[in-house]
Design a protein around this ligand. Sequence first.
Ligand SMILES: *Cc1c(COP(=O)(O)O)cnc(C)c1O
Length: 367
Amino acid sequence: MKIKFLDLKKQYESIKNEIDSAIFSVLDDTAFIGGKFVTSFEESFSDYLGVKHCIGVASGTDALSIAIESLELPKGSDVIVPANTFIATPEAVTRNGYNVVFCDIDPDNYTLSIDDLEKCVNEKTSAIIAVHLFGHPCKMDSILEITKKYNLKLVEDCAHATGSEYEGMKVGCFGDLAAFSFNPGKNLGAYGDAGAIVTNDSVLAQRCRLISNHGRHDKYNHIIQGRNSRLDGIQAAILSVKLNYLDACVERRIEVADYYLGKLKGISQIILPRREEWAKEAYHLFVIRAEKRDLLQRFLAEKGIETGIHYLVALPKQKAYSYLALNREFLANDFDDKLLSIPIGDQLTDSELKFICDSIKEFYSAA
Ligand SMILES: *Cc1c(COP(=O)(O)O)cnc(C)c1O
């Protein structure tokens, strides 16, 4: 049985007619950058999340970077990010000239460890980026308590968590700003690079819009120096179609996760992700910690099952951050030879799920 980690082709085919006609409407209208398809998606997406403003940008990486830039944090200040995330998160800090401080992760849900977070705060700290990693929401109440206590700004990195909820509210509503990625592999994926910033603060919203469009007030007047990071019409039109299917996609992912949590429960060599009662997870990824991870991954590959690793080398150990000379121990460092992402796409069939679970069991019973 061949099981893809992510089957974009199958996903496209299931909504091909709608997608194709959305693309052709943009061609007809030549609304290639910005324009009515972008405005319409921005409105639907902010309604979906329950936030006031949405600014479409060119990628999730840009969304994070522009969000941080818009906060105008004190020069030379520290921004805290989790030690296990994609490198785009700390890049948003360092590319804007701030210092990155890695915070350890919670072993149950892989998001910011609340204990370590407070220890990371010092007089130079100006902001926190909370990453809802794998689609698991961060413990927002505790994080907001810390941002209030120390007067810190908060940006949410929602790249993995479009559709996730914390205490019944969509993630992206809690921070000063939040960044979303619509990379094709994400839960709400475009057909190329795309991203968005959301916020309830109209001053920040306006600043993000200016930064993303050359600081333009109108065609010839530039209020600040900005950059070129805008959402394309074709991507926006595709996203508007796919947004209608997002809730169904999240529900199916939760069903798949339920299945895994039930079937893989008894295996002592793996640690399953914990489900918190305050969280609704969009399950961008289903990540287990597995003994003999590399052998298991190879065994599954031989059976035709594709898996992923998020992430193979924890950020504090990356060469890009060797200049920080971090000599403290991170749980994130210890986990990176155990993490394994098994397929979770909403296109998976029940028989594929059964095959995946049976294969994992077979590996450990033979071992
Ligand atoms: C994908 C991702 C990003 C960046 O998004 P792009 O759209 O690929 O630029 C940022 N943060 C995390 C955690 C991601 O997984």
